[in-house]
Design a protein around this ligand. Structure first.
Ligand code: MN
Ligand code: MN
Length: 304
């Protein structure tokens, strides 16, 4: 297990970054400017990014981060999920909030927030993941919205944001138990869409290294892979992080394509709700304790 002080530190930086993000997401701002500001805010605390900040709008549920030439400008009618995290060594935080600039989806966001609180109140060593999912599902029902069934919370282990445990947003019958000392993130994904499932889109800006040997590839591609492994290890990164004066967009994209063909990278396509329903997400990281848990990313929710 990572150092407890590091866990608390990256947790509190994540929580502060959420509070900061709330103040800069405004009509007229560009998505790339918002992403850069949030990522710089996290890095200014002398920690690394656990993954690229995700800014997923409306029916996009997750894994959207702007590319270097993203033209999106916030117009004030969006529901935006901000999902971010900090990393120090192998200590990670992962947290998210949903901002409703349109003011039309308070019910959905409130449901997601109440569901997260209900789920967290159940967490302790020995509880099974489907019992937590059942809590989320019950709150969703109360608010007349739907859980997303193929997204959920997860364990956090060295080198991986999605370890052993999957914590569903409904009772999926999985009686895997949480262990004392285990680090988990619970994320409640709810939607007004009828499908309750997400699909992959063609948009990919986030990848992680699979840490393999790629001897046979071009020198340029090998050096790109070396840069990725040295700087981000096997944690997710954004293509835009690789573009600089020496490596232009074309060079980076060619390298990424070759690495994908070599099965050296894992892609994270943006995920969209299948029936195009608006999605809300709320997420916190915690350490499982004997009779409860310790939330490391404590920030203020919108409605609760
Ligand atoms: Mn997250
Ligand atoms: Mn997560």
């Amino acid at each position: 297990m990572p150092n407890i002080n590091d866990l608390k530190e990256v947790g509190s930086i994540g929580a502060k970054a959420i509070e900061y993000a709330k103040t800069i997401i405004k009509p007229g701002s560009s998505l790339i400017e918002i992403a850069n500001k949030i990522e710089n805010f996290i890095k200014s605390n002398n920690v690394q990014l656990a993954f690229p900040v995700n800014l997923s709008i409306n029916e996009i549920a997750a894994h959207y981060t702007p590319s270097i030439n993203d033209k999106t400008i916030i117009n004030g009618n969006e529901v935006i999920k901000i999902d971010l995290g900090a990393r120090k060594g192998d200590a990670l935080s992962d947290c998210a909030i949903t901002i409703d600039l349109s003011n039309n989806y308070q019910n959905l966001i409130k449901a997601s927030e109440e569901a997260l609180n209900a789920a967290i109140s159940k967490v302790k060593a020995g509880i099974s993941v489907n019992e937590i999912g059942r809590e989320v599902e019950e709150v969703a029902k109360k608010y007349n919205v739907n859980p997303i069934k193929n997204l959920g919370g997860h364990g956090i282990e060295k080198g991986s944001l999605h370890a052993r445990i999957f914590i569903p947003n409904y009772d999926n019958g999985d009686d895997t138990k949480l262990d004392e000392g285990e680090i988990i993130a619970i994320e409640t994904f709810l939607t007004i869409g009828k499908s309750g499932f997400v699909d992959e889109t063609d948009y990919v800006e986030i990848y992680s290294s699979l840490g393999i040997n790629i001897r046979s590839r071009r020198a340029e591609t090998r050096s790109l892979y070396e840069f990725i492994n040295n700087n981000f290890s096997t944690y997710p990164f954004a293509t835009r992080w690789l573009i600089n004066d020496e490596n232009d967009e074309f060079k980076v994209k060619t390298g990424i394509s070759e690495l994908l063909r070599s099965n050296a990278l894992e892609p994270y396509p943006a995920l969209i709700e299948k029936s195009n329903g608006i999605v809300a997400q709320t997420e916190k990281t915690m350490i499982v304790e004997k009779v409860s848990c310790m939330v490391t990313t404590e920030f203020k929710l919108n409605y609760i």
